[in-house]
Design a protein around this ligand. Structure first.
Ligand SMILES: *Cc1c(COP(=O)(O)O)cnc(C)c1O
Length: 379
């Protein structure tokens, strides 16, 4: 099955009793048993729910994974993964990372004894330098947030395999429509389904997909034991969103290319960061591992200050000032004061995150309107 067909059919069958084409929202907490422990595959809804199963099979199909476990949020999915590790274990992660991931790593798991190195993962030498006997996982995010650096998944997955450690890719920014990490050799792929998979900014969710049985067993144990599960309505909404993933992302990417070119030519912009621009430092790697270049665009102002960035954002009207990304509507945000506010300024600047950096999540509106909105905000 090719990708667009999968977004409609992967793991989906008409419902048994009625033939309903969309999986019903199984709004139940428990299931009748014929005799103790004799059931139809479901015993209690923390452990499993058929609407959730339909979503898990869908995401597994899209990522080319054997299995997927869904969670109440992307953060809950990350939390479940990190609970596989023990004090003394070491994880190598990017220094240009989703702010919530950084907070979870440094404020929850570091105090419990898990060690992290935050490095520039586009530099293989840095990865080798950070690697120790205790290293258990490479936590890759690509494109990174908000600097949209591209990490070579194949290269790092190879390194991980050769050193007997796991590799995980947070695939939220690309979506499986554009990038499938397992095909490139990674062990685990993770999503905030809140973003492109859900696609309509109306539901929070997370997912982890893998073909590694040991990892999946541990995740299922976390699902059952710590219970950060998505409700059936949320699973249904996410599944509904996924049906249009291909057409949404395609349109967003086309718009993003036009917006990036407009910004690159504008005299008031500083750095314009978009993996599809030839000026992007890892443009070649993006072309190799992604089917297209994504719909996130970041740029700084020539006049680099938080003030100027905030002024600019107060003047856009189609681009809504909000956190999050990956919905049908275009959003604008200011990482230094919003999503990455919990990262110390010094760490931010070292990673190259300028004060005026503005991040756009380009939606599916008409590109002409989006460009006009930005144009008038500059004026
Ligand atoms: C949003 C996001 C998360 C966290 O997901 P939530 O659903 O908001 O909990 C993790 N990683 C990335 C890259 C994200 O954009």
């Amino acid at each position: 099955m090719k990708f667009n067909t999968k977004t409609i059919h992967a793991g989906q069958q008409p419902e048994e009793t009625s033939g309903a084409v969309m999986p019903p929202i199984f709004q139940t907490s428990t299931y009748a048993q014929e005799a103790p422990n004799v059931n139809k595959g479901y015993d209690y809804a923390r452990v499993g729910n058929p609407t959730r199963t339909a979503l898990e099979r869908m995401i597994a199909g899209l990522e080319g994974a054997d299995q997927c476990a869904c969670f109440a949020s992307g953060c809950a999915a990350m939390d479940a993964v990190l609970k596989m590790f023990r004090p003394g274990d070491h994880i190598i992660a990017s220094n240009d990372l989703y702010g919530g991931s950084y907070r979870l790593f440094t404020e929850v798991f570091e105090p419990m004894g898990v060690d992290f190195s935050f490095i520039d993962m586009t530099d293989m030498e840095e990865v080798k330098k950070a690697h120790t006997d205790q290293t258990k996982l490479l936590w890759i995010e690509t494109p990174t947030n908000p600097l949209l650096r591209i990490v070579d998944i194949e290269l790092l997955a190879d390194f991980a395999r050769n050193n007997d450690i796991l590799s995980l890719v947070d695939n939220t920014f690309a979506s499986p429509y554009l990038q499938r990490p397992l095909e490139l050799g990674a062990d685990i792929t993770l999503h905030s389904t809140t973003k492109y998979l859900g696609g309509h900014s109306d539901v929070i969710g997370g997912a982890v997909a893998t073909s590694n049985n040991e990892v999946m067993e541990q995740l299922r144990f976390q699902v059952k034991t710590t219970g950060a599960v998505p409700g059936p309505m949320d699973c249904y909404l996410t599944l509904r969103g996924i049906k249009t993933l291909s057409v949404r992302v395609q349109q967003s990417v086309e718009n993003a290319k036009k917006v990036a070119r407009f910004l690159e030519d504008h005299p008031q912009t500083g750095n314009v960061i978009y993996p599809g621009l030839e000026s992007h430092a890892q443009h070649e790697i993006a072309a190799k591992q992604m089917d297209d270049f994504g719909a996130m665009v970041s740029f700084s102002l020539k006049d680099d200050s938080q003030e100027k960035a905030k002024e600019f954002m107060s003047r856009t009207s189609i681009f809504t000032l909000a956190e999050s990304l990956g919905g049908v509507e275009s959003l604008v945000s200011h990482p230094a004061s919003m999503t990455h506010g919990s990262i110390p300024r010094k760490v931010r600047l070292e990673a190259g995150l300028e004060d005026s950096l503005i991040r756009l999540s380009v939606g599916i509106e008409d590109a002409e309107d989006l460009i006009e909105d930005l144009q008038q905000a500059f004026e």
